[in-house]
Design a protein around this ligand. Structure first.
Ligand code: GLY
Length: 364
């Protein structure tokens, strides 16, 4: 069993890689409440783990990440008589992880929290680093807390049953982590495409571990996002805007982030920050995984309006995460006009076929 330890603020977070989850992994003196969504309940809900604990099962997808969803979890914890020394355990993708963590941060002003991320996206991003949240109408993750899980239990075998589209979605977030600080991981994603899409277990586990190390190091440095942590939003200002402008239904979070990475690097190129060869290399990688790099057919103004909800905004100005190269990332304000020009240049003529529906995804 492999274990990585991080210190996030005053809390220590253990990431544990394991073959399966056993009831003793989710135990606490004050009782346990497991949180599933309908997908993860079907896959894992009949296990000994859920029989040993009380469970709440939420509808799968972003629609559960609301005050109402949080109310259901908190009421279930109270009905079960969970004490302050009780444990809320989220077993699922990003939505379940964010929501379970949000509820653990509120229940009796904070109870124990374990997360068992079951999607690649949640393993490499949502479960680690203590961001919790619910969505407000039209704006993802608008209300939330910082509350790291004491334990994050990673079961790589859970990836075997992940739909292809969700796997690719997680690989976009993995590409972001590679760009932020792991050149070897970037090369692995380039060379190992076939083996990763075939879900070769050792390679997938290696990717997950490397991503966790990149993200964990950034969060250890700046847990409450006073500065450096914002780099974890590389590609996300564009990506979130695309998700919001398409009603959070057309693109998965990873698909939106893949496009966002391309746009952030192109913006950097226009501003003289990003070398063209770096931008082209990343575009080739994203294309090789089948991401649509021209998903937006609408007016630039609609995306710019969606960007106004971006949490990196300061003094009314949009700020973007830009890159000079792998591991060389900065955050800087950019004039809206420059962003508008890029959006207009990258818009696809409105003739192409619409993309499909999204699954569970999140990201803050
Ligand atoms: N997902 C970005 C962060 O955790 O800061």
């Amino acid at each position: 069993m492999k274990e990585i330890r991080f210190r996030f603020g005053t809390v220590s977070s253990r990431v544990i890689f394991q073959q399966r989850i056993e009831p003793e992994d989710l135990a606490a003196p004050g009782g346990v409440l497991t949180v599933f969504d309908t997908h993860t309940w079907r896959l894992f809900g009949r296990s000994r783990v859920s029989r040993a604990a009380g469970s709440v099962v939420l509808p799968a997808g972003e629609r559960s990440k609301t005050w109402r969803g949080a109310g259901r979890v908190l009421s279930a914890a109270a009905r079960r008589g969970l004490g302050r020394d009780g444990l809320i355990a989220g077993i699922g993708g990003g939505v379940v992880c964010d929501l379970a963590a949000f509820c653990a941060s509120l229940y009796m002003r904070g109870c124990s929290l374990t997360l068992v991320p079951t999607t690649l996206l949640a393993m490499v991003d949502a479960a680690l680093g203590g961001k919790t949240g619910v969505d407000l109408p039209g704006a993802k993750n608008m209300a939330g807390t910082f509350y790291p899980a004491g334990e994050i239990r990673i079961v790589p075998a859970a990836l075997a049953s992940l739909p292809d589209r969700e796997l690719r979605s997680g690989l976009a977030e993995a590409a972001k982590n590679a760009l932020l600080g792991d050149a070897d991981l970037l090369a692995t994603l380039e060379r190992g495409r076939g083996r990763l899409l075939d879900r070769e277990p050792d390679l997938l586990e290696d990717v997950v571990e490397r991503c966790i190390r990149v993200k964990g190091a950034v969060v250890e440095e700046d847990f409450r996002e006073q500065g450096r942590r914002a780099i974890l939003n590389l590609g996300h200002t564009f990506g979130h805007a695309l998700e919001a402008a398409t009603g959070f239904r057309r693109y998965t979070h990873g698909e939106a982030v893949a496009w966002g990475l391309k746009m952030a690097l192109r913006l950097g190129e226009r501003l003289g920050v990003t070398p063209p060869e770096h931008a082209r290399r990343v575009e080739r990688l994203l294309e090789s995984y089948g991401f649509d790099l021209h998903p937006w057919t609408g007016a630039p103004e609609k995306l710019l309006a969606a960007m106004q909800a971006d949490k990196k905004k300061r003094e009314g100005r949009l700020r973007f995460v830009l890159q000079r190269g792998v591991g060389d990332t900065l955050v800087q304000p950019v004039e809206e006009e420059r962003v508008w020009e890029l959006l207009a240049a990258e818009r696809r003529p409105p003739t192409a076929a619409p993309a499909g529906r999204t699954g569970d995804g999140t990201g803050s």
